[in-house]
Design a protein around this ligand. Structure first.
Ligand code: ZN
Ligand code: ZN
Length: 344
């Protein structure tokens, strides 16, 4: 029996009708009052017990699903984040970062659709009509996250015949981002995505990554204000590297026993890399070539900056917004700097 869709309410869901339809037809909530409360807070009733809360955007065409630790995707993302950190614990206060929350992002259907087409085109295969690879993240939630926001879920019920050609050039990569100091989405239970234009993480949940934001001060800060491979969208297979770009999301909060923690957010994205131009030195190409058109002319779709002369950690850069599908928001903590000193 699924619990009421309002987080924190342990009451069972009410049957949708007096007869209690087969297949568990419920209202999603314990009562009409909680149904109204959910609507006011822009929450949807989770489709499975492994999802704690579902936030929907004002346009109801995107949603963010707060996963419980029991959700298989939570475990998978946690494991990937840890395995790919790639930096010694000494660099982060003597302990590795701890994942505090994993939120699955279901983008507006148009964002998913343009990504699917782009990835299929790079893979050389035809885009499957109406289909989607389960691996691409949408639809999500085990069939219908509800009404309204379900437009993206549920719509792609095709067989995903092109999944193999789509997946071949698609990689799962991390992307560091920023969050406004006043926004606690993902950090505090119950906090919802904000609508402030300057809150990068909430803007990404709403409409994916944009080239217009690339190179903005908050984005470039992690790289000393310099975009090594031009004005593109930057990712890394190394979560520890993306952490350098997440400084603009940091909030220092007091936890149990008064200990202070640095809370940060990062995205895990699907990135269609196509044929990457591999280099360990930015000087290999001139600035005009670090564009979608410039690379295309050379027969490439993305840049893979390998660790070497210029880079300590690998970076992937794409120059087309449709090459990216944000998939999960990872909320994690590192020890606060002064606590590191306290322990010495
Ligand atoms: Zn309730
Ligand atoms: Zn925000």
């Amino acid at each position: 029996m699924l619990q009421c869709g309002v987080p924190g309410c342990a009451l069972p869901r009410q049957a949708a009708s007096a007869t209690g339809a087969l297949g568990g037809g419920t209202s999603g909530y314990c009562s009409a009052a909680h149904e109204q409360l959910a609507r006011r807070k822009r929450l949807l009733a989770p489709a499975t017990p492994d999802v704690e809360a579902v936030h929907i955007g004002p346009g109801e065409d995107w949603s963010v699903h707060l996963l419980r630790r029991s959700h298989p995707r939570h475990a998978a993302v946690r494991a990937l984040f840890a395995a790919r950190w790639g930096k010694p614990a000494a660099e982060s206060g003597g302990c590795l970062p701890r994942v505090q929350a994993v939120l699955h992002i279901t983008t507006p259907p148009a964002v998913f659709e343009r990504f699917r087409r782009h990835a299929a085109a790079l893979g050389g295969g035809a885009a499957p009509a109406g289909g989607s690879s389960a691996d691409d993240g949408q639809p999500f939630g085990g069939g219908g996250v509800g009404t309204g926001a379900g437009a993206g879920a549920g719509a792609g019920a095709g067989a995903g015949a092109g999944a193999a050609s789509t997946r071949r050039n698609v990689e799962e990569l991390f992307h560091g981002t920023s969050q406004l100091p006043g926004c606690f989405f993902g950090v505090r239970p119950g906090a919802r995505p904000c609508e402030a234009a300057g809150c990068a993480v909430c803007a990404i949940c709403r409409r994916s990554l944009t080239l217009a934001r690339a190179g903005a001060p908050a984005v470039a800060r992690g790289n000393g204000g310099w975009l090594r491979f031009g004005r593109g969208l930057y990712f890394s297979s190394c979560s520890g590297k993306s952490n350098d770009y997440s400084a603009g999301s940091e909030k220092v909060l007091r936890g149990q026993h008064g200990r202070r923690w640095r809370w940060r957010v990062m995205l895990l994205c699907k990135v269609a890399v196509g044929r990457p131009f591999e280099t360990d030195a930015a000087a290999d190409l001139d600035e005009a070539q670090f564009t979608a058109a410039g690379l295309k002319a050379l027969g490439f779709d993305s840049v893979l900056g390998a660790a070497g002369a210029d880079l300590n950690y690998p970076e992937t850069v794409v120059y087309a917004e449709e090459a990216v599908l944000p998939r999960e928001l990872i909320v994690y903590t590192l020890p606060a700097h002064d606590d590191e000193e306290d322990e010495e």
